[in-house]
Design a binder for this molecule. Sequence first.
Ligand code: OSB
Ligand code: MG
Length: 379
Amino acid sequence: MKIQKIELRTVEIPYVTPFETSFGREEKNQEVIIRLQSSDIEGFGECVALDKPYYSYETVQTEWHILRDFIIPEVKNTEVETPQDIQSIFKRIRGHYMAKAGVEEALWDLFAKEKNVSLSKFLGGFKTKTKTKTKTKTKTKTKIDSGVSIGIDKMEVLLDNISKKWGEGYKRIKIKIKPGWDVHVVKRIRKEFGDIPLMVDANAAYTLEHLNVMKELDQYNLMMIEQPLHYDDLYDHAVLQKELKTPVCLDESVKSIKDVELALKIGSCRIINIKHGRVGGLQKSKEMHDLCLKNDIPVWAGGMLEFGIGRATNIALASLEGFSLPNDISATDRYYKEDITSPFVLNDDGTITVPDKAGIGVDIKEDRLEKYTLKKKWF
Ligand code: OSB
Ligand code: MG
């Protein structure tokens, strides 16, 4: 098929509540939304960089630059037979995984819609060959385990948030930590809520100088400690992991298959958070998942507070069998009062149902998309 037209939009929606991490407090999220058109089918993708280069070097602005100046000129009017074909276009462009991921995911959505199959099944290896009548069944899940990520706040507000979210049925609680907001917080949560499934995410705020803090955290039966050390580090994490019984989980430090291979070789972590945006899209995410599955490393899908398009993509990814731990994929009402797609809801058993409609399986609410658009351009 040929991609005939491409639309880029910057869309901004306020969060239901501000979200604070070790890199700052934010009231709203901006995403680049991509629409690909081929004949009468449309595929959608969401680029997940924040508007500031605090989680990664990419921003909404760099995504526009890379898409407009390097990716779109190569993708437009080019014949593609599978979503994997776009990898040859990506090869020359170093980094900029979030910009790549958005367009690659729109392409996966487009192909899945053309084949009239859900993105989940398509990603799981669904094949039909009309001539030879080959049909491959896939092993993807129909529901994914839902966890919730709770930001830094005043202690009473945090405890109240945890109480609400745990009451709603989320399968695990993740809190954000930073130096000075760690051991006493975990201790208090354990006191108030007992042995609930709990984990912490430091977003790279510590160094090995804080080994004593990590060893104290190690006493609280946490499911894992996510990205405690530098965002590019694998070596110090290996040193740290040897000192702890709690599994270290890597987020920021793992951007490629090479990073996974090295992390496994030197023992940097025992769990990996896969974010489709961080690693350059669904193909790369799937390769990472396959490698971790082969090596008995549990993975789960991280989130970037995505709008409905990015979250639908994330849900399809998390439906692969290796995603065996609760994901940072919460219901829409955790993030936004109004989203640009039909909402995702939390089931009573703490899961979210994987859409079975074609492609990403959510309806785009064009009126809301328009309402929250800051900038748009057709190519
Ligand atoms: O480190 O996992 C992270 C949000 C923005 C940037 C980085 C992270 C996060 C989250 C939110 O923790 C997870 C979600 O989307 O629910
Ligand atoms: Mg993280």
